[in-house]
Design a protein around this ligand. Structure first.
Ligand code: CTP
Length: 405
């Protein structure tokens, strides 16, 4: 987890309700993931939940007392009433797994144990993560109850499909702990990009020589993925146009996969119209094979003694006439003359901002988790950064974008 995003989560309180489904075995990992973000986690467990995971395990991992009883002589704080104190303390109220029974009770305002009572009393945003047998999930009663919760603004994290503990195949699996933690992080993040559309290009492009061979570059898409996550967390609507990468983008983004510079150009052209901001983090090929052989080039034939290359279109330059009030941000990957090269690219490509990265060093640039360089605008240097986590750099870049929106 990056420093600034973790710092933003510090002092946030999640009240986490665990109900009695087999997926409760994932709960300790959810608690650990939340704590890794600096979130204070207080857990309430139903009686059934305690059949699957022990309060002692949860207490050890959360570092907080676990609440199980409606009527306890050990109150959350002094002589406060537990369910009200817990409900008031929450910045986010998470229930995972949420059984059909819990969902039914919440939908009908039934408060017959500590968890249901606390959930009814809280004014914090609720995130409900259903998990159950596929037939229980698709039962009209459960579907109606989920609909009711949704209509009240309660967030439902869709269960995943797959093999279920009960032996059935179908929808009903609790999403992985990382996914649940990400959803909580999304709820707790500041939402300073609400209503804004951001188009982000990521990764390398691959330029085919024949059906087997291609030329590409060292970009992994990490910087782009960090920007996608940061922008989604801050509530932007994010469209990603990605070259071939081996990483997962934040689950809230719409991802369009492309292969070549030409395909990337076509997709950027198509999606630019609705974008308020374009961030070109992709490492686009500058030269592509002049011809793509439809058949594999055999070494026994003429082979490949040289490759005929043609320049590819410079995507940013072609977009200058459509810029208008949109904010355009580019990246410059440089091994030398970082500032001069970046300034020149910013001018020639009509950018509002350029992020100049030092590449060619092991600890910074392509494939690494950190970057070193400078953020420039036409009026000068905005910020220098040295070995900064890409996730932190993503938030810094967005902070500068925010100032211009
Ligand atoms: N870029 C682009 N279209 C290309 C090549 C690059 O839109 N065909 C964008 C990149 O996404 C980046 C910026 O232009 O935001 C600068 O890319 P970079 O590779 O650093 O520079 P080039 O313009 O390709 O110049 P050079 O490779 O000579 O440094």
């Amino acid at each position: 987890m990056d420093g600034s995003a973790a710092a933003a989560m510090n002092n946030s309180v999640v009240v986490y309700g665990i109900t009695g489904g087999i997926a409760a075995y994932k709960a300790p990992l959810v608690v650990r993931g939340l704590r890794a973000l600096g979130i204070d986690v207080t857990v309430v467990m139903t009686e059934s939940a305690r059949q699957f995971v022990t309060p002692y395990t949860i207490q050890t991992i959360s570092g907080n007392q676990v609440y199980t009883e409606m009527f306890s002589t050990v109150a959350a704080s002094g002589f406060e009433i537990d369910h009200i104190a817990l409900a008031d303390r929450a910045d986010c109220f998470l229930i995972a797994p949420a059984t059909a029974n819990f969902i039914a009770k919440l939908a009908h305002g039934i408060a017959d144990d500590l968890l249901t009572t606390t959930a009814l009393a809280t004014r914090a945003p609720l995130l409900v993560c259903p998990s159950m047998n596929v037939n229980m999930l698709t039962n009209q009663a459960t579907q109606d109850n989920l609909q009711t919760l949704q209509s009240r603004g309660i967030r439902i994290l869709e269960p995943e499909a797959g093999e279920l503990a009960c032996g059935w195949e179908g929808q009903g699996r609790l999403p992985e702990p990382e996914r649940i933690v990400a959803e909580v992080q999304h709820i707790l993040s500041k939402k300073d990009f609400s209503g804004k559309n951001i188009l982000i290009t990521c990764g390398p492009t691959c330029e085919d020589i024949d059906p087997v061979r291609y030329i590409t570059n060292r970009s992994t898409g990490k910087m782009g993925a960090a920007l996608v996550e940061a922008a989604c967390l801050r509530d932007a609507r994010v469209t990603v146009i990605s070259g071939p990468v081996h990483l997962k983008y934040a689950p809230w983004a719409e991802v369009i996969e492309v292969r070549s510079a030409r395909e990337m150009l076509n997709q950027v052209n198509e999606h630019l119209v609705e974008a308020d901001v374009l961030i070109m983090a992709a490492a686009v090929a500058d030269f592509v094979p002049a011809q793509i052989s439809e058949r594999k080039i055999k070494k026994s034939g003429t082979g490949i003694s040289s490759l005929d290359l043609a320049p590819s279109p410079d995507i940013l330059s072609t977009l200058i006439p459509r810029k208008n009030a949109k904010i355009f941000i580019g990246f410059a990957a440089e091994t030398e003359s970082l500032l001069d090269n970046a300034r020149q690219k910013m001018e020639s490509k009509g950018l509002d901002m350029i992020v100049a990265n030092q590449v060619g060093r092991k600890d910074t640039g392509f494939a690494s988790d950190t970057n070193s360089g400078v953020i420039l605008s036409p009026s000068g240097i905005m910020e220098r950064f040295e070995l900064i986590e890409k996730t932190d750099l993503a938030h810094k870049i967005l902070d500068h974008v925010k100032d211009r929106l």
